[in-house]
Design a protein around this ligand. Structure first.
Ligand SMILES: *Cc1c(COP(=O)(O)O)cnc(C)c1O
Length: 486
């Protein structure tokens, strides 16, 4: 047979697991960022693919030689860039089971377990997050695991197009009158969803923030929707964000949902990064008003210890996604689907096939308990507030926005004695470049009100107090060097 026999798999599997364990154990010693030039990896690899079988141990040597030095180490404890992409070792064990089963979970009948484990987990997590019964299968809604928050945004938009068109969109397509409401801070995945659905850029309405904030103004939304409706346009969807990618800003979901309801628009809440914090009762306020929305998305693959890909999407109407997406060719017909008693997750997503993603999430919840998940989140939020306090107290730095959970946005002051935004921009950028060049930490940036801002997103699985301590030292040293000048 062309594959490993199970005994050989067992032997090699240990080698591969050892490799991962060694890599993770030594991660803190590596430079977070890859220090290679474009094309280096391609230059290292033989262009001719092997014609004959080669020992798989050799592949591990290639990974050490080429892949490790050319990787940005997202699981490094000094990774503070973008948002975290927690790939806990616990979740890898579940992923191994998923690959081992090799299930295609497109229909209930193609793997009842793949469907129902996911249903149970998402119902349970809806309760643990305080989403309310309406988002559970028991309550008429339900959750699914998508590959990414981007896919979640796309399918939410498809359901919204279906509902707001009274079902005609499926037959006739779009008519150029659809409108989708976001803010300048909304993740670009919604703009992409608008493009993918063929609504055209004209469909995207960027609603102003409330004065002095980065959050969507419900008054501005109400005015935009009223004007659009009066002009014969159709509000289809509003996308409030809980924890924007740039600065962690939170849109007022309750007021937004109240405005949207009056116009029949779908409300999709994007809480990709921040939503999981609602597992902790003290952060539950974040989700205020979500019970009035139509769909809610948060990623288990950012800050909830579950290896990519696992984005959780809940809808309050369990029939909404199948109504928009279901197409049944003869070869997929089966008695279970026709009984109406089962969920066929293919109707909740764009692709037909689907992996048994619930296994890695289940492994995480089983292995850590909800209590372990809460401790993970609380630990990072506490580290972020300590860092923010130090930034506040240090004359070389300033907070660019109020800290949001475990995200701290800061600026470097180029000089103490002068207010000079451009000099501060340059100093902030130079400090970020210095810290990143050191290899001990990785930071990314954003722009707020035209000003360059360093984002510190705390949340890697291995990030401990000493790593944030080391980052603070690196930031102060870089600021001193930059302020001293060349
Ligand atoms: C990261 C992020 C996304 C995109 O998430 P993916 O799951 O990687 O597609 C969408 N929205 C927000 C607010 C995000 O922070």
């Amino acid at each position: 047979m062309p594959d490993l026999d199970p005994e050989e798999f067992r032997r090699l599997g240990h080698r591969f697991v050892d490799w991962v364990a060694d890599y993770r154990a030594g991660l803190g010693e590596l430079s977070v960022r890859a220090a290679v030039e474009p094309g280096w990896v391609r230059g290292q690899l033989a262009a001719d693919l092997p014609e004959h079988p080669r020992p798989l141990e050799e592949l591990l040597a290639e990974v050490d030689r080429v892949v490790v030095p050319a990787s940005t180490h997202w699981q490094h404890p000094g990774f503070f860039g973008y948002f975290p992409a927690n790939a806990s070792l616990t979740s890898l064990l579940g992923d191994l089971l998923s690959g081992g089963l090799g299930t295609q979970g497109m229909l209930w009948s193609t793997s009842p377990a793949c469907t129902e484990v996911e249903q149970v987990l998402l119902d349970g997590l809806a309760g643990a997050l305080g989403l309310g019964k309406e988002y559970t299968f028991d309550g008429g809604g339900g959750g699914s695991i998508q590959d990414s928050a981007s896919s979640a945004a796309l399918v939410a938009l498809l359901a919204a197009l279906h509902r707001t068109s009274g079902g005609t969109w499926r037959e006739t397509g779009t008519d150029g009158r659809e409108r989708v409401y976001v803010t300048a801070e909304t993740h670009s995945c919604m703009a992409k969803a608008v493009r993918v659905t063929g609504l055209g850029a004209q469909a995207l309405q960027v609603v102003d923030p409330a004065p002095g904030s980065l959050a969507m103004s419900p008054d501005a939304l109400a005015a935009a929707m009223a004007a659009d409706t009066a002009a014969g346009l159709r509000p289809v969807l509003v996308c409030p964000t809980i924890g924007t990618t740039g600065t962690g800003a939170v849109d007022p979901v309750r007021e937004i949902a109240q405005v949207s309801r009056a116009h029949g628009a779908w409300v999709h809440v994007d809480a990709a990064w921040a939503g999981v914090a609602a597992l902790c009762p003290e952060f539950r306020d974040l989700l205020d008003g979500v019970e009035l929305a139509d769909s809610f998305c948060t990623d288990a693959h950012k800050w909830l210890l579950t290896a990519f890909d696992a984005s959780m999407l809940w809808v309050r109407d369990g029939a909404a996604l199948p109504a928009a997406l279901s197409i049944t060719p003869e070869y997929l017909r089966n008695a279970a689907s026709e009984s109406g008693e089962v969920v066929d997750y293919r109707d909740w997503q764009v692709p037909l096939g689907r992996r048994f993603r619930a296994l890695k999430l289940w492994t995480v919840i089983h292995g850590l308990g909800l209590e372990g998940l809460r401790a993970h989140i609380r630990g990072h939020v506490a580290l972020a507030s300590e860092l923010a306090a130090r930034v506040r107290a240090d004359p070389r730095f300033t907070l660019a926005t109020p800290p949001s959970l475990a995200l701290v946005c800061l600026r470097v002051l180029g000089r103490d004695d002068a207010l000079d935004d451009r000099a501060d921009d340059q100093a902030t950028r130079a400090v970020l470049e210095r810290v990143n060049a050191s290899g001990s930490a990785l930071l990314t940036h954003t722009v707020v009100d035209g000003r360059y801002v360093i984002r510190v997103a705390i949340g890697s699985v291995g990030t401990q107090p000493r790593h944030v301590e080391a980052l603070w030292t690196a930031l102060r040293e870089a600021a001193d060097a930059v302020r001293r000048g060349p």
